[in-house]
Each structure stands twice: as C-alpha cells, then as structure tokens.
Write a protein that binds this ligand. Sequence first.
Ligand code: NAD
Length: 486
Amino acid sequence: METIQNFIGGKHQNALSGKTLPNEDPSTGTVYSTVPDSDSEDVALAVEAAELAFPQWSQTPGIERAKIFRRIADILTAKHEELARAESIDNGKPVSLARSVDIPRSIKNFSFFADTISQAASEAYYSDEPRAMHWTTRSPLGVVGTISPWNLPLYVFTWKIAPALITGNTVVAKPSEVTPMTAHLLSFIVKEAGLPPGVLNLVHGTGLSAGAALTAHPKIKAISFTGSTKTGAAIAASTATQFKKLSLEMGGKNPTVVFASVASASATFEKAVTGALRAAFNNQGEICLCGSRIIVEKSIYPKFREALLEKVKALKVGDPLLEDTNQGALVSRAHFEKVSAAIDLARSEGGKILCGGQPATVPGRCAKGYFYQPTLIEGLDPSCRTNQEEIFGPAATLIPFETEEEAIKIANGTAYGLSSSVWTTDISQAHRVATALEAGLVWINCWMVRDLRTPFGGVKQSGVGREGGVEALHFFTEAKSICISY
Ligand code: NAD
C-alpha cells in the first residue's frame, strides 16, 4: 500500500492528526494507497511555511524562477510514462489519454509560464495637463491557495500552480482527495528541480476539511478553484467578507450545435460526427468542456443520429491500462452511482436510450471496476432535468432543431455557460452563432483546441474570472499605478 503525504516546507509528512483516507483504483475497485485526511492544523502549518518562503521567492528574479520551471518540465518529460500510468490508475482514464493529453499538458503548463516571464511587460501612459507619466507595476499577492478537481488531476493542478508561482507567489495547493497521486509525485519532482522549501506546499484531504480550512485561512490572499458549481458557490459564500481574490472555474452543460450544411460533403459530415463523439465521450465524458447536449438541425437529424450511434457503439470500454481502450472507468463508486442515477432520471423523464444505459462489465482484473456504457439518449425536452443538469459522465442527449434562432435558444437555455462547439460550413452563420452563444469558449468546427495564451473560463454558473495567459498572470498579481509629474 502506497502512502501519500502532505508536502509542507519542503518535507513530506502525515496529517498532524494521523488520519488518512483510502484512495482507490476505480478500474479495480481496490484501495491502493492512503492519503492524509488533513484539517485546519495542517493548512495552518502549510500557510506558515509558504509565508516564510515568500520574501525570498518573491524577490527571486523571474528568469531564475523560469529556470526552475524548465527543470521541472524536463523531469516531468523524463517521467512521462510513469506519470501517465499513475494518472490512469488513480483516475480510471485510459493510459493512452493520460499519455497524449494529461501529462504533455502538465509539462506545457510549466514551460509555457516559464516563457511568459521573458515576455512580461507593463503599460505606461502619458498625460498632458498636467504633464505626467503613469506606469503600472504588478506584484505577487503573497500566499495563495489552489483547489483542483479529479477529472484532469495533474493537468488542472499545474495549470493553477504554474502562473501562481512564476509571478512570485508562494502556494498552498489542495488536489482532489479522489485523485491525489500525481500531485504527490510532482512534490518530489519540484524538490529535485530545486524549488526552494515552502514555495509550493501540498495539503491533501477532503473539501469540507482541508479545502474549507484553506479558503477560510485569513492569510490566503487568493483562491483559484476548479470544480463543481455547488462547491464554487460555497467558496464564494465563505470568502465573501474576507475580500480574497477568487477565480472560479465550474461546471458545464455544453452544447454541440450541428447545422445541416455539414452534410453537403461527406468529409465535413464525418468531421462533425467525429467531433461530436469526441466532445461527448472523451475521458468518459468527465471533462468540464464536454458537449453533452448534441443539438442537430432537423433535416440531417436521422442521418446524423445513425452515424453517431454507430461510432458510440464502437467505443471500447475496457481496462484503462490497455492500449486499445478508449473508455476507462468512472472515477469512483460515488460518481458511478451519480451517473447511473442520472440515466435512470433520463428514462423516467421519457428519454429513449439509443445505446448504453447500463453499467459495463470488464472481465478479468477490472471485474469490480466502475465502468458505464457510453450512452446516447433522445426524445427529451431541452428544459428537462437531464438536459439542464451536469451529468459529467459518458452520456449525451440528441436534440433536434429547425431554425438557427431555435438552436441558439436551446444552446443558451441552461444555467451554465462554459463552452460550446458549432459545426457549419457557412462562415457567416459561424460568426453569428458564435457571437450569440452564452459561453466563455466557442469552438467552430473543432472541440477542445487550446492555446494557452487565450482566456479560459465560463459565464453564468460556469465561472467567475478567466485563467490562461495574461489573465492568469493578472489574477495572481496586484496592479499598482504610479504617476510622476514632469
Ligand atoms: P468538487 O467541487 O466536488 O471538488 C473540487 C475540489 O474542491 C476538490 O479538491 C474538493 O476536495 C474541493 N472542495 C469540495 N468542497 C469544498 C469546500 N467546501 N471548500 C473548499 N474546497 C472544497 O468537484 P469534482 O467533483 O472534483 O470535479 C468535477 C466538477 O469540476 C464538475 O462539475 C466539472 O464540470 C468541474 N470542472 C470544471 C472545470 C472548468 O475549468 N470549468 C474543469 C474541470 C472540472
């Protein structure tokens, strides 16, 4: 049994209470490690270590911080396969996906933010009466907190800590208690790369104990959170009177809107079907950006449904460590039960299950794992609960529409507004619809194509604030305007 520990002031240690939580491999349903069940005492210790490290780290030239980042990226690269396997075991995702998406992106998070330092600039303004020059400085905030989810464990964890650290803050980070392993492995890597003690501290544990203690700590200047809308709301409420900076990246119920023009050529039709498939089922549908409502123009609906159905049925649910598996296990028993209940709800709302709708059995070592068949549902009203609430699993609904206005109305008709993808060959339509969609991200004829310089985040109940590129550097710094008259 492996033992995951907190990482505080450069040292690995158990929770002060000695309490631990079990950590399961969801593909086998067996506990394979323990994780500290930390509380406010551990958080206080970590904040103290971060506070102690802040003066030196914040004064370290950016170029030196960037050198450490590049060493971290190099070690991550050298351990790519080990980390991909660890992520797959901890989360249940196919190892091929962890290898091609999660770990490369985690490496890129460090190399990208290392590069930003050499490009950083500040603004200056000249005014005439009175003659003056104004310029802006940006200083690190101090000790900041990051809280991340289980679906893209190392990917989102590093997406938060990298901009926080490169701008000179010290960090107390809480990974998800459901997938703590790769953050734990990273703690050894940052140490090896020479990150000074206390600059990055990891406190493991549940949201209600370690997470809530972190958000409540008066010395934490900012919280960067990614997770469910319910938790985001709890964090916003609990920090409201402390005036902490908050970045909240939350849930989604994203639309994939397919217009009839894609059927004008077999290549564009095929691309749209494959795009909708990927958007719905990538990572077992456990990505906040997943397109779980597939809204299709009526004239091509039967053809599109058949083509998509064929591809969904061909998805291979299996042992995440096998190379040909493209649908792994759901992350936990609790999540498996949540997804199962959501499909039962879809049935009770009158939804027709076109395929899936049942747990999947994977024989052999994964016989007790939490697998669910990729599920496609039709016949539900856009306003029903199945089409309004995030399922966050391998399930998508098909909804027909007749006009562009109707498509936009359905797409915008939820409380969420994270991302959307639009499939059309009509460039004017693409512009019109992209402008009208209530979402922080719109992809046209693609899905989840990311450039780390672009703002990332949602509107409505999907988020407050933006991450990525300059937005992240601004979030983790405080601007000061200085004026000199001449
Ligand atoms: P979650 O909200 O249950 O947990 C996220 C993190 O918050 C975990 O580390 C958890 O321990 C912590 N937490 C829980 N309660 C807390 C509290 N009261 N105070 C402080 N911390 C607390 O979410 P999850 O189930 O881990 O992840 C799935 C959700 O994350 C989905 O809703 C998904 O859409 C969302 N998500 C959003 C994005 C995005 O960029 N918008 C990205 C990935 C996942």
